[in-house]
Design a protein around this ligand. Structure first.
Ligand code: IMP
Ligand code: MG
Length: 179
């Protein structure tokens, strides 16, 4: 069973939902009176994205983008665009929703890609931040939780496409990814 592979829980589903609510309320305040184009980075952010948007009463458009950069637990530094958002964003308030910032390569790439399209504003919200692993400068405007340098799964985050449906955020047992 999936649950047997988890070493410990870092954040429970309830704690994550509470934090998403707080972030949503802050975002709503900061964007008062504005429409926001929220961009979900597939697939890791999808569950956080769904949670977050419910707490933002603004007019919000939901967009999805797929990038790939990651093989298991090692990042290559090479980011590829797999599928793009569905509309131009010139003059729009764009808010990128990420699951975790690790080396920073993914977000760095996405920020450049979207900034080149001349949005009115571009900001980032990430559920998790692992600052100790940063290889390229990359700041997030809103951060859910800072996590230590451990491989985490659940609430959308995967290891080899598994554990995305684990409802909490947990640390995977070492033997799972070293075997
Ligand atoms: P970065 O480009 O190194 O910042 O990596 C960002 C992406 O790597 C995230 O969107 C995740 O999909 C993945 N990632 C980084 N760290 C973890 C982790 O601890 N667990 C699961 N996925 C991770
Ligand atoms: Mg991933």
């Amino acid at each position: 069973m999936m649950y047997d592979d988890i070493e410990k829980i870092l954040y429970t589903e309830e704690q994550i939902k509470q934090r998403a609510k707080e972030l949503g309320q802050q975002i709503a305040k900061d964007y008062a009176g504005e429409t926001i184009v929220m961009v979900c980075i597939l697939r890791g952010s999808c569950i956080f994205f769904a949670e977050l948007v419910k707490h933002i009463p603004n007019y919000v458009e939901l967009e999805f983008i797929t990038v790939s950069s990651y093989c298991s637990t090692n990042t290559s530094g090479e980011v590829r665009l797999i599928s793009d958002i569905s509309k131009p964003i010139q003059g729009e308030n764009v808010l990128i929703v990420e699951d975790i910032i690790d080396t920073g390569y993914t977000l760095n790439y996405l920020k450049k890609l979207l900034l080149a399209r001349n949005p009115k504003s571009l900001k980032v919200v990430t559920l998790l931040d692992k600052p100790s692993r940063r290889l390229v400068e990359c700041e997030s405007d809103y951060v859910g939780f800072e996590v230590p340098n451990e491989f985490v799964v659940g609430f959308g985050l995967d290891y080899d496409q598994k554990y995305r449906n684990y409802p909490h955020i947990g640390v995977l047992k070492k033997e799972i990814y070293s075997s």
